[in-house]
Ligand binder design. Structure first.
Ligand SMILES: *Cc1c(COP(=O)(O)O)cnc(C)c1O
Length: 393
């Protein structure tokens, strides 16, 4: 099948077990696929937009209800949809950060948090992760004190990733939020790898904002995501416009500048909404995902020389592994060089490992069946054996 203009239909998740670290949680549900077809047209959610004209007020399809449901589900007070987690960070940074002001990030923060700070003119100050690649509340407090000495004031905002993108480690954001609260620093919970994967309770965590990624973790089309806020912070980040045209004297009512009025206007939003009942259900069963993941990490660890670089026991299904002393030793002499590894995986129906990567790489087992996890585990062991790498029974 072709889509025209030289575009071939993509057949990746149809034909392979896909272990790409960033793709597993965004794979569409069948309902989201239907939504993409039904709401692909431009501004297709706007058919029944009535006064007050704003996306989150539309009741047919039930967009207003979705906003309320997501807020309740995250135990936050207000929600807006955004074109990706990054646009959520941007809205918050634009609200709180002025030129030259310090913002708290971590040594494991995602680049999109840095860019959001940069765009607002802020200065990045990172809490260093400890030797276990964990960001601790003590380190957060120490960094805030350091910032106060340097800038004469506390950071104006903090971004903390619950699960970081490098190791897939879980950081104690509730404890970190207690510290930031003592200094009156608003804190953003970056749930790019958790909202839609694990249960998230914003109030229990004590955070001001929860950001989620639709296309990373909510089985939604890209670009999509959510920004949730407490009532106090919602009044700030979701403030309404006050600009007036000098000639026409026009005003723009309840439009929100940080949202540029309206955000997701078609397949992205309706896709996220269509997946939502499935997503709400699946977060209750993350233990099954971890059980599958364990089968795979145990197989990898049985390959002599392989080291899992992420924390143990695993709390997430996205994991960083070092195979420099195992699979990489074959790359030097193999006729396919480093490509032998991804190509052997592909032959076994597995995709998503960067072609040529044999040293340090990441994978994600989210959404697999037990059978698929067993197949993946066996594939790693078989590729090791086929290449003469020792396997510990
Ligand atoms: C993927 C990712 C993001 C970016 O998410 P988008 O929805 O693509 O903007 C931000 N933070 C972390 C930790 C991520 O892993």
């Amino acid at each position: 099948m072709r889509c025209g203009n030289g575009i071939e239909a993509r057949q990746v998740d149809e034909l392979f077990i896909n272990i790409d670290p960033i793709q597993a949680g965004g794979r569409l549900t069948a309902d989201a696929m239907k939504a993409v077809i039904a709401y692909g047209d431009g501004y297709s959610v706007c058919d029944n937009c009535r006064k007050p004209n704003r996306l989150d007020y539309i009741s047919k399809p039930p967009i207003a209800e979705f906003h309320k449901d997501v807020a309740g589900w995250l135990n936050m007070d207000a929600v807006r949809t955004v074109p990706g987690a990054r646009r959520g960070f941007q809205a918050v940074a634009q609200t709180y950060v002025k030129k030259g002001e310090p913002v708290l990030l971590t040594s494991l923060s995602h680049y999109t948090e840095f860019l959001a700070v940069e765009e607002a003119g802020g200065v990045a100050r990172e809490i260093p992760a400890n030797e276990h690649k964990l960001v601790t509340p003590d380190a957060a407090a120490a960094k805030i004190e350091e910032v106060k000495r340097e800038f004469g004031r506390a950071p104006v905002l903090a971004f903390i990733d619950h699960i970081d993108y490098q190791y897939g480690n879980m950081h104690d954001i509730a404890a970190i939020a207690k510290v930031t609260r003592q200094y009156d620093v608003p804190i953003v919970y970056n749930g790019a790898y958790t909202v839609g994967i694990l249960p998230v309770d914003g109030k229990a965590l004590g955070v001001d904002f929860v950001v989620g990624s639709g296309h990373k973790s909510m089985a939604a089309p890209a670009p999509s995501g959510i920004l949730a806020a407490t009532a106090e912070r919602a009044a700030e980040v979701f403030r309404t416009t006050s600009i007036i045209g000098d000639v026409t004297k026009r005003k723009f009512g309840i439009k929100e500048p940080e949202m540029m009025g309206c955000t997701l206007m078609g397949a992205t939003l309706i896709g996220m909404m269509a997946s939502f009942p499935h997503v709400k259900e699946r977060v209750k069963h993350f233990d099954r995902e971890l059980a599958n993941h364990r089968v795979v990490t145990e197989a990898l660890e049985s390959v002599a020389g392989t080291r899992i670089l992420s924390e143990f026991p695993r709390k997430h299904t996205m994991t960083r592994v070092d195979t420099t002393a195992s699979f990489d030793t074959i790359a030097e002499t193999h006729k396919k060089r480093g490509y032998y590894f991804s190509s052997a995986l592909e032959e076994k129906g597995i995709t998503g490992v960067i072609p040529g990567a044999t040293k340090v790489w990441k994978f994600n087992t989210y959404g697999m069946t037990g059978k698929q996890a067993a197949h993946l585990a066996a594939a790693f062991v078989d590729i090791a054996r086929e290449n003469g790498i020792a396997v510990n029974e």
